[in-house]
Design a protein around this ligand. Structure first.
Ligand code: IPE
Ligand code: IPE
Ligand code: MG
Length: 252
């Protein structure tokens, strides 16, 4: 017997369903500071951060948001102390193993963006399994950016396109924005409508450099482990008040 899916949380009345972002990207920052404020080791912040992500994913699913992309580990994060890097890799593996059943019940389709070849073999196997098993699901598209760097992503796309040109399969004049996008890790999802960054840093830290060209930014001082449904609600209210012009002028 399959477990009953958890009850859906209703969309708050002050949010307009037709104006929700279709794709939300999130820079989950501030885990270390959250732990430090409590006199705890940084890893406790990462552990708490997983709970925040789980709740956000469920909320997005409940409120009908089609895609969530979360920045879990950047190409620059390898420069952290080995103990923290090892902890994170083990955490990712453990969480994937533990949450797979629930992702199936909640109809989540998981995928990973980034250079996965540099990750530990055991983590790669867990990733492969989660991606393969959840492909049958039809619900929210959940992308986890792991060993992800926007510059690295753009470079790998350039190399692949150059290779196609060299082999005579592609002419330089055929390289346009739409073709280029298809060579990015995110080829199967639309560009994010909304980027959320926690912990107050005013930068994108090498995240989705191409895809964020016209995304709305919501930056909050709240540290990632404290980012809750009430704050997510605030982010969506703010988003719904924005005027997205895409370089044009507002209709008069
Ligand atoms: C984000 O929190 C998680 C990762 C980058 C893996 P941090 O670990 O960057 O926390 P702060 O920014 O040091 O507080
Ligand atoms: C961005 O956070 C990367 C992730 C959230 C995974 P960082 O903490 O690594 O970014 P910087 O160092 O503040 O730019
Ligand atoms: Mg940080």
């Amino acid at each position: 017997m399959t477990a009953k899916p958890t009850a859906l949380t209703a969309l708050p009345h002050d949010l307009k369903p037709d104006l929700l972002p279709r794709h939300i990207a999130v820079i989950m920052d501030g885990n270390g500071r959250w732990a430090k404020q409590r006199g705890l080791p940084r890893i406790m912040g990462h552990r708490r951060g997983v709970d925040t992500l789980k709740k956000l994913l469920r909320c997005c699913r409940d409120w009908g948001i089609g895609a969530l992309t979360a920045y879990a580990f950047s190409t620059e994060n390898w420069g952290r102390p080995i103990g923290e890097v090892d902890f994170l890799m083990t955490l990712f593996e453990r969480v994937l193993r533990k949450e797979l059943k629930e992702m199936m019940e909640e109809d989540v389709r998981i995928q990973f963006v980034g250079d996965l070849s540099a990750l530990p073999d055991t983590l790669q196997r867990e990733i492969d399994r989660a991606v393969a098993d959840t492909q049958v699901n039809q619900g929210i598209r959940f992308s986890v950016a792991t060993n992800y760097g926007g510059r690295q992503e753009i470079l790998q796309a350039c190399r692949a396109i150059a290779d196609q040109v060299q082999q005579g399969h592609l002419a330089p004049h055929e390289i346009d924005e739409s073709l280029f996008s298809r060579y990015l890790y995110t080829s199967n999802i639309s560009d994010p409508d909304l980027l959320i960054r926690t912990s107050g840093e005013m930068r994108i830290s090498n995240f989705l450099l191409w895809q964020l060209a016209y995304s709305e930014f919501y930056i909050t001082d709240t540290l990632w482990p404290d980012f809750d449904q009430a704050e997510f609600h605030q982010a969506l209210i703010a988003y719904q008040q924005r005027h997205r012009r895409f370089g044009k002028i507002e209709n008069s």
